[in-house]
Design a protein around this ligand. Structure first.
Ligand SMILES: Cc1cc2nc3c(=O)[nH]c(=O)nc-3n(C[C@H](O)[C@H](O)[C@H](O)COP(=O)(O)OP(=O)(O)OC[C@H]3O[C@@H](n4cnc5c(N)ncnc54)[C@H](O)[C@@H]3O)c2cc1C
Length: 372
């Protein structure tokens, strides 16, 4: 892979989250794949652990297709048996996963999940370079020449194909002139904590309120996340930014607050705040590059589809990359065209879900989502 001081790869992937790792583990048995990530520790943002996401039951089929199902089960993530919601009316509604042919969903330990995917990619032959990030990216003949910074050094890397798996910032695609369309201003603030021993339910909770909505889910090792979603330009966003204000606001949210008391939830002072808007990249592929996961399509957390989409696009892009590297000129545009129906179906479902809540049509958060 090293030629005259230059590292040579068929595909260089920027971003070793679920999308980048899924791409790498599927392509590495066939081609030389190098994955780089600016963070050496998976799923941490500025030293703070990520929110703690749920994985949809249908991910089972994808993981099985990639030969990962048994290995995923051995990682010991917590099963998600269903959800409780207060949405569209004051009553609590429960939906379980018992009739789902794919079985339960999963409450993920994100650091463990991302670390596992990176290890699988490496075991299938991908090279992993962390912490590392591209300083420059230039066209060189039919491929690319990157200068990458790692461990205080600058190293040149030549690649035939570049993959943007860098999350919502689309760090590579933006350099190539691709545009990100952002559909809303959703943000999320969260607080982590612990449930009392033996009182943790395997359920996700969602509750609507006048300026947004709440989410809570158990996390592995007796932990729990409580999150508030609203729009960045609303006064309520100040409560999402600050963990103490968030918990004060929560006490006015009766059903969820009662449920957390029943679990004996105690915050542990950890939390975070981030953008959570829907967005899409156009185009999602170009001459010698493509984008996967959030870099291509960013989903509202209400959909619980982001990680599923990261795994799916990682797999689909690896199949397209294999054809592209074997000389098929239609492979990359075909991959990008396949994202359009996914985006359309996502928008239609999201609109339908937000449309179910009509109690606060006079409030900006809900009014914006009804008129789309
Ligand atoms: C508040 C919130 C709640 C969510 N809840 C859920 C949920 O319950 N279920 C669900 O399925 N999804 C959920 N999601 C979505 C989910 O987190 C994302 O869809 C998923 O992480 C996307 O994976 P990815 O690999 O595309 O990107 P990421 O996980 O963001 O990984 C991108 C990687 O690229 C690296 N990177 C970025 N820029 C560079 C650079 N310049 N150089 C090198 N490396 C770089 C980063 O360090 C990172 O490791 C939620 C999202 C948010 C914001």
């Amino acid at each position: 892979m090293i030629h005259a001081g230059v590292i040579e790869a068929d595909a260089v992937v920027v971003g070793a989250g679920p999308a980048g790792a899924a791409f790498a583990l599927n392509l590495a048995p066939l081609h030389r794949v190098l994955v780089l990530d600016r963070r050496d520790s998976p799923a941490l943002r500025n030293g703070v652990s990520r929110i703690g996401e749920s994985l949809a039951p249908a991910a089972r089929r994808l993981l099985a297709d990639m030969g990962l199902w048994e290995s995923f089960l051995a990682e010991g993530h917590s099963p998600c048996h269903g959800g409780r919601s207060v949405w569209g009316g004051p009553l609590l509604v429960e939906a379980d996963n018992l009739r789902d042919l794919d079985g339960p969903g999963w409450h993920l330990d994100r650091s463990r999940f991302d670390g596992w995917l990176r290890r699988v990619a490496a075991s299938r032959g991908a090279a992993l370079l962390v912490p590392a990030q591209p300083l420059s990216v230039d066209r060189a003949g039919e491929g690319w020449l990157l200068e990458v910074e790692t461990a205080g050094r600058r190293i040149p890397i030549r690649a035939r194909l570049l993959v943007d798996a860098g999350g919502r910032g689309s760090p590579l695609a933006k350099r190539f002139g691709a545009r990100r369309t952002v559909s809303d201003r959703l943000v999320c603030g969260w607080s982590h904590g612990f449930d009392a021993p033996g009182r943790q339910s395997g359920l996700t909770w969602i509750e609507a309120e006048p300026d947004g909505w709440w989410y809570s889910a158990p996390l592995p090792a007796g932990r729990r996340v409580v999150a508030f979603h609203t729009d960045a330009d609303l006064d309520a966003a100040a409560d999402a930014r600050d963990a103490a204000s968030l918990l004060r606001r929560l006490s006015g949210c009766t059903v969820l607050a009662d449920s957390l008391r029943a679990c004996g939830f105690e915050p542990d002072g950890q939390g975070g705040f981030c953008a959570a808007h829907s967005s899409s990249l156009s185009p999602a592929s170009g001459d010698g590059w493509l984008a996967v996961g959030d870099a291509a399509l960013g989903f509202d957390p209400l959909s619980s589809q982001g990680i599923f989409n990261a795994l799916y696009t990682g797999l689909a892009a690896a199949e397209a990359a294999d054809r592209h590297l074997s000389g098929d000129p239609a492979a990359l545009p075909g991959y990008a065209a396949g994202l359009t129906p996914i985006h359309d179906a996502y928008r239609a479902h999201l609109h339908a879900w937000y449309g179910l809540e009509r109690r606060w049509q006079d409030r900006p958060f809900w009014r914006r989502r009804l008129v789309e």
